[in-house]
Every structure is written in C-alpha cells, then in structure tokens.
Write a protein of this length. Structure first.
Length: 151
C-alpha cells in the first residue's frame, strides 16, 4: 500500500511515520549479471555460480550496490507526493549492508520518515529504508535516503 501525501508541505508533519512495505522482488542471476555489466564489477561471488557454490555464501550473491539501488524501486511503492512539479533524489546517508543477498532471494523495502524540512523552493525528506530478505533475521541494507519535492 502506498502512503500518499497531498503536497510537499504535508511531509513536514510526517516525522516518525512508518510508510509500510513495498512488494517482494526476486533477485535472480540475470539481474545480478546485468548489474555487473553496467558497473564493471564482475567479481566471482556475483557472476560465477560454479565457483560461488564452493565459496563462503554457497551461491552467488547480489552486489551490495545492487541491493542499495533497489531503494529507487521500493521508495515510490511506499510513498507518493502529489501536487509536485518535480521530485529528485538528493543523496543518501548511513548506508549499511548487514547481510548478503543470495541469488534467488526475495527482498522488499520498508520505510520510516526520519526528518522533513523546508529547503529553498520545496521540502527535503529523509526516509530510512530497510531492505529485508524474506526469511532472514538481518536486513540486506539500511539506508537513509534523501529526497526533495517541489510544488
């Protein structure tokens, strides 16, 4: 379910609000390989299933930055800001990767508004996104995303 804010100013009162969860998304080998091709990171733990089967994780794992990039898919699934002329990714803070994401895993993002403040011409919001691995006690990634919305 997507939480909808009527306009950027509505974010100012949302600090502490949990935004819910995105849909589950499978991380398959094709996605991992495409990320490797896009970034040039072809380390065997990501792209060589045969060698990775004998490695520390027992199979290939997603790149940490692939997992991080999934925040861009998950955030619009959990929150929408209406009556905007533009919304932009402004950056991120405090990125951590507590657990690896083995190929075939399903992940989703949950979010909480950490802060919201006025900036020139709009509102800046920090959402702590926790990317969970289905069946795992530890999350794959925790990131404070920073977005700006302009009316």
């Amino acid at each position: 379910m997507t939480i909808t804010f009527e306009n950027p100013a509505a974010l100012l009162g949302a600090t502490g609000k949990h935004l819910g969860y995105s849909d589950w998304e499978e991380i398959d080998q094709q996605r991992i390989n495409q990320f490797a091709a896009a970034t040039g990171d072809h380390q065997w733990i990501h792209v060589d299933p045969e060698k990775a089967a004998k490695g520390p994780f027992g199979k290939t794992i997603a790149h940490g930055y692939l997992t991080l990039s999934m925040a861009n898919l998950f955030l619009p699934q959990i929150m929408r800001v209406e009556n905007t002329s533009m919304g932009v990714n402004y950056g991120c803070e405090k990125v951590r990767f507590p657990a690896a994401v083995p190929v075939g895993s399903r992940i989703r993002g949950g979010g909480e508004v950490i802060s919201a403040q006025e900036v020139k011409g709009g509102v800046q919001v920090v959402v702590r996104m926790t990317i969970e691995i289905k069946g795992s006690e530890r999350p794959a990634c925790v990131i404070d995303t920073i977005s700006r919305f302009f009316p």
